[in-house]
Design a protein. Structure first.
Length: 595
């Protein structure tokens, strides 16, 4: 064997010869993974070009200058000072690719180049613990004056198909097979049930948007924002589907009842492994365990295929995986630092995080602190330093003394209201619209927080919700309606009461940042008030007196001010005072506040 010659590329080239040699090398490593392929790296390069800068090292034997013998697909951040695996945020396993005898030389050469380029931190996530790369990185770190630190990343649950229980005739038995038959029979009582596996791009293309929308909706229901809400992730999965479907490596599995899909799985079949990558299901049929049914069916089909050896359940420690797994594979997170102080800080942070996770209360507090820090960073990014200082000072003052005034308005109609555009319509709010909004406003953290809150409230069914949507169904404004009596007003930290039983309150109205400035707030609350009035109810709305934009929108929609309530708080003591309305025959006790 000759010496290695490294070639550095700053993009993933569209090169058929490189594709062929790269994938041939993947086939020759000890545990081939679809995440190591040229197609995977190319999909990442196409989708994440705005945020990732590829640092692709190709190694050639000097004795055979045209023969590729090593690949290290890395990337740098915008500062060009930190490096990581190119596919670290998308691939469940990452590694340096070469034959075993070439691995130490490849890793050493790459780490040496990182040192020359002034990379002060390199993070190698999702590196399999049983890979020879782990020892090679430690050796190269010592050689090139990096401090290395290794911790456990994930324990990936697996189903070793050869270890499954078998019937007398030798047919494998998938875990949960009996329950699968019971659940399928229950679903089949209302509509025919079938399982479907799609592998060609022509068949995949129309299904992908449906799958992504369902994934976003499901995550909202469990109080999280799906990574598929972001257009970049959607673009990645689409590019990946195009590339992998050419090789029949991608498989989109579905559980279908009648003409409705109730469970999806975006996964891969590659070199003897069926990979469980991104599943989701329709929560409306959750009682039938559609996700469980689809996974059990996939295991059963994999076990009956002689080419399949393993079903890998991937990253994450979800409880359902433990019910199926009979094997596992550990991944590591390896970091290299050129500074001893950064290295020690990384070790201390990791040890502290591990301790915090063992105490739920401490973990919850830490999460709250991280959230506050994130919001502060976002605010400082949007505002000038002086504005941020003023905002922080106001927040500190509010801890000591506050005076909040809330204005209450009753709708009287708006005969001179401008006509509503035919492309914008008011609709009852549903989970599908919340999911669409999560994708449309994926970079708007305040709107995402609002969507999570709305999803919880929608499931509780304690209030009626509306969305003003455009021609494509994307929400432009949200609003809620509930009974006035007993409504808890967070702005005043008290409940408000209405003697008039037909009084209802519009609350928690929200326009995403990107949709502001077009009058959607006024349009939505005017239409809602008109609809509520048609049902024989009296619509009210409120606003903080300091929110000039809200007050203008309310008055423009035809609401008239009736009264206000004021809360004064000194330290932990508060008092609410105000004068109820006396208009239209209402007595002085029509609305009161109780502290």
């Amino acid at each position: 064997m000759g010496k290695l010659r490294l070639v550095l590329l700053r993009e993933i080239p569209e090169d058929e010869n490189l594709r062929r040699q790269w994938n041939a090398l993947v086939d020759r490593v000890d545990q081939p993974q679809v995440f190591y392929t040229y197609e995977w790296a190319l999909a990442v390069g196409r989708a994440y070009s705005a945020t990732l800068r590829p640092l692709l090292f190709l190694a050639y034997d000097e004795g055979e200058p045209e023969s590729l013998c090593g690949v290290a697909a890395l990337a740098t951040d915008s500062s060009e000072r930190e490096a990581s695996f190119l596919c670290a945020t998308t691939g469940d396993y990452c590694d340096f690719l070469s034959l075993l005898e070439r691995k130490p030389a490849l890793v050493d050469a790459v780490v040496a180049e990182l040192r020359k380029k002034g990379i002060y931190r390199a993070a190698f996530a999702n590196l399999a613990a049983d890979s020879t790369t782990v020892a090679a990185i430690r050796q190269a770190a010592r050689q090139h004056r990096y401090f290395s630190f290794t911790r456990t990343g994930y324990v990936c649950a697996q189903v070793s198909l050869s270890q499954l229980e078998r019937r007398k005739e030798g047919k494998p038995v998938a875990p949960g097979g009996k329950r699968l038959r019971h659940l399928v029979n229950a679903m089949a009582s209302t509509a025919p049930v079938r399982f479907d596996h799609v592998r060609s791009w022509e068949a995949l293309q129309p299904i992908l948007p449906e799958f992504m929308q369902a994934h976003v909706a499901r995550f909202l229901e469990i109080g999280r924002i799906s990574n598929l809400a972001h257009p970049t992730r959607q673009r990645f999965l689409t590019e990946l589907a195009k590339l992998l479907s050419e090789k029949q490596w991608l498989v989109l599995s579905r559980l279908i009842t009648g003409d409705q899909t109730v469970a999806w799985h975006y996964g891969f079949r590659f070199r003897g492994t069926w990979f469980w990558y991104q599943p989701t299901f329709d929560s409306r049929v959750e009682r039938f365990w559609p996700g469980f049914c689809l996974l059990t069916q996939v295991i059963q089909e994999a076990a009956e295929d002689p080419a399949m050896k393993t079903l890998d359940l991937g990253l994450g420690s979800e409880a359902y995986k433990a019910k199926f797994a009979n094997a596992s594979r550990e991944t590591l997170y390896v970091t290299l630092h050129s500074s001893i102080f950064r290295h020690l800080g990384s070790v201390l942070w990791d040890r502290t995080a591990a301790v915090v996770k063992t105490h739920p209360a401490a973990e919850k507090f830490a999460e709250a602190v991280r959230g506050r820090i994130k919001l502060l960073r976002e605010r400082t990014g949007r505002q000038r330093p002086t504005q941020t200082v003023v905002w922080v000072a106001k927040q500190l003052m509010r801890r000591l003394w506050t005076r909040d005034e809330v204005l209450f308005y009753e709708w009287q109609g708006c005969p001179a209201a401008p006509p509503v555009s035919g492309d914008v319509k008011l609709r009852p709010l549903a989970l599908e619209q919340l999911a669409k909004a999560a994708s449309a406003y994926a970079d708007d953290s305040e709107t995402l927080t609002y969507l999570l809150r709305s999803t919880r409230r929608l499931r509780e069914g304690t209030a009626e919700a509306f969305a003003l949507v455009d021609a494509g169904g994307t929400p432009l404004h949200f609003a809620w309606v509930t009974g006035f009596t007993g409504f808890f007003l967070a702005e005043l930290n008290t409940k408000v009461e209405a003697a008039c039983p037909e009084a209802v309150l519009l609350f928690d109205c929200w326009t995403p940042v990107a949709a502001r400035g077009h009058g959607h707030y006024s349009s939505a609350i005017r239409q809602i008030a008109n609809q509520v009035r048609g049902e024989g109810k009296r619509p009210w709305i409120f606003s903080a007196a300091t929110n000039a934009a809200s007050v203008r929108g309310i008055e423009k929609a035809g609401f008239q001010r009736r009264y206000s309530l004021v809360r004064q708080r000194v330290f932990n003591q508060q008092r609410v005072k105000g004068q109820p309305p006396f208009s239209q025959g209402a007595g002085p006790a029509e609305v009161s506040a109780s502290v």
